[in-house]
Design a protein around this ligand. Structure first.
Ligand code: ADA
Length: 593
């Protein structure tokens, strides 16, 4: 299962999960047909879960069989391969993709009935070819880490939908409504909304034996029992086109943390002159707006304060490949502590986790993939295109999640330098052009040396008072507000995007020295006391939800004890540390208890 709702009613879709053949391969040319597969590995999964591959970094080939009953065109959708994938169908290359945390596809036209071989060469090694996956304070696992879907497609198919809630047209009043996802129909209050809906239609290139042929199709959408005519497209092979417009939708409820109302939006594609639709795509959407005014963040016009965690997709038993129950468990723990928000540090997350957040009303800061890259690392010749690609894929693929309220870029990179600023400006402009409905930010640790706050909508600071320095959190926070105001951030909302300290699970000592659970609890308490009591603060994200594995190496960053970042409020197995109750006290708003 790759989503928490059915994404297609007409298009035939199935998951290619299971045990695939696997073998490690050295660098250089490979002969697929000569490989002898030594292992069976779970897909989705990380190869580090196999006892012989616990620390393996390099290349490996996954293989499975795909059987189709009749001649058809196939679309393979890989939700995440870590970190570089080369895909072969019956021995022929059909796709190549870099970056573990966004999806990509391969379309194969006119596949004959019978059994075919699908092979994926996966590489998780570090080299100049990879500018974003570098040795870092988290682990780059290897493998097909997210689901693989097999779709049977027609000549034209709906590649994606974008749904943008623009404004509430009439307030909610008591009426008969039906929320598609979970709530039962009944007397609820509902209003009408103005939204923009666009459908993107793709006509994959034809194989050589076909002659060029133009196809015309009409697109309709249904949502909340209303049918909308999106318009028509006319396409040549190899082209993609979009169609849509602005519509009013009646009888719907707004999405919020308290009432996360979701609706299914189905787009149908019908070839002109044919009797029935040949393809469809379903998205699940919510009606809400996000704005930044008067130095605050608003959801549907109401000021909100984000209280949550930075979370790495990391688990000792499954690596970065999360089964649904573990995702749900993480979210349940965060909600138990009274959190209403999560930051997907430092990469786009699995869509099922985003789906869970949509359902639970949890607000998401989603960010592109980068952590702590120096200006030298940003000069990697692959950096620009690799960032451009992950930004585009993140925004296009996750556009319809009502839970995502902020897009962010380049955590702790060189935003203190003019040369770095060029990248921040380019990337923020790129994302704004893709989606103008959400505020943008980046997390900075440059204090008074930061020079890019004028480019963002929200100023966000990573500061570690009590851990990397002995400042008072409240005083440092006020100083940070001043630095931000002086650096182009005046009048913008502010978020404390990281704070915390090490707490090694089970290391208890009444002397409360560094590294004990007691000291971590003290640090978290002092920070939360400062940020929850500051009027100008629009959000706070604790570093971090759970301990995570890091790359092993030398230097202060990569030589962490136990090869893990131990600032989690729960350990790698999600066992709560002493700070858990402290967080609960503040996030649940009972700080005086
Ligand atoms: C940084 C960084 C995090 C983590 C943290 C720490 O601010 O953004 O990824 O490395 O510091 O634990 O030091």
């Amino acid at each position: 299962m790759s989503r928490l709702f059915q994404t297609n009613v007409i298009r035939k879709v199935r998951e290619l999960g299971g045990m695939w053949d696997f073998v490690t391969v050295p660098d250089g040319e490979i002969q697929l047909e000569a490989l002898e597969y030594r292992y069976k590995l779970a897909v989705p999964g990380c190869w580090e879960t196999h006892p012989e591959l616990l620390t393996y970094s390099g290349r490996g080939v996954y293989r499975t069989k795909v059987t189709v009953e009749k001649r058809t065109s196939l679309r393979l959708v890989f939700k995440g391969v870590s970190h570089t994938a080369n895909v072969f169908f019956d021995g022929k290359p059909v796709a190549r993709h870099y970056n573990a945390y966004t999806a990509f596809d391969a379309v194969i036209r006119d596949v004959e009935a019978g059994t075919h071989e699908l092979a994926v060469l996966v590489d998780n090694s570090f080299s100049e070819a990879s500018s974003l996956h570098v040795p870092n304070d988290y682990y780059t696992y290897g493998g097909i880490i997210r689901p693989v879907m097999l779709e049977e497609i027609q000549e034209l198919f709906v590649e994606r939908i974008s749904f943008t809630p623009l404004k509430m047209l009439s307030p909610e009043t008591e009426t008969e409504t039906e929320i598609e996802s979970e709530t039962e129909a009944g007397q609820q209050s509902a209003g009408s909304w103005q939204v923009e809906i666009r459908a993107y239609v793709r006509y994959p290139s034809l194989s050589k034996k076909h002659t060029q042929v133009q196809l015309d199709a009409k697109l309709t959408a249904t949502i909340a029992r209303q049918t909308l005519e999106l318009g028509s497209v006319s396409l040549q092979p190899g082209e993609t086109a979009s169609v849509g417009g602005v519509f009013s939708i009646d009888q719907v409820q707004s999405w919020s943390h308290e009432n996360p109302a979701l609706y299914l939006l189905q787009v149908l594609l019908q070839i002109e002159g044919q009797a029935a639709p040949i393809d469809d795509l379903v998205e699940r959407v919510g009606f809400r707006t996000v704005t930044t005014e008067r130095g605050r963040i608003q959801l549907n016009g109401e000021d909100i304060v984000l209280q949550g965690f930075n979370r790495h997709e990391d688990h000792p038993l499954t690596g970065s490949s999360f089964p649904l129950p573990l995702m749900a468990h993480d979210l349940q723990l965060m909600l138990d502590m009274g959190s209403n928000a999560v930051r997907t540090s430092h990469y786009p997350n699995d869509e099922r986790f985003l789906d869970l957040c949509d359902e639970q009303g949890v607000l998401i800061w989603e960010e592109n993939h980068a952590r702590g890259l120096s200006i030298e690392q940003m000069r990697n010749p692959n950096f620009i295109w690799q960032c451009e690609q992950v930004n585009r894929e993140m925004v296009e693929q996750h556009f319809n999640h009502p839970s995502i309220v902020i897009w962010a870029i380049l955590n702790e990179c060189a935003s203190d330098l003019e040369e770095g600023r060029v990248h921040y400006k380019r990337q923020l402009e790129q994302i704004r052009a893709l989606d103008n409905s959400r505020p943008l930010t980046f997390a900075s640790h440059h204090r008074e040396k930061e020079i890019c706050f004028d480019l963002a909508d929200i100023v966000s600071c990573n500061l570690y008072p009590g851990w990397y320095g002995d400042e008072d959190p409240g005083e440092l926070c006020d100083a940070a507000r001043g630095w931000a105001d002086a650096a182009g951030g005046a009048g913008k909302p502010m978020i404390m995007s990281e704070f915390g300290g090490d707490g090694h699970y089970g290391l208890r000592d009444p002397n409360r020295v560094r590294g004990t659970e007691e000291r971590q609890a003290d640090i978290i308490e002092a920070n939360l006391q400062a940020y929850t009591s500051r009027e100008y603060m629009s959000g706070m994200f604790i570093w971090q939800f759970c301990d995570c594995r890091v790359t092993e190496g030398t230097g202060w960053l990569l030589a962490r004890a136990g090869t893990q970042n131990s600032k989690g409020i729960v350990d790698r197995y999600r066992r709560p540390k002493l700070a858990y109750e402290v967080v609960k006290k503040y996030f649940r708003g009972k700080a005086s208890l």
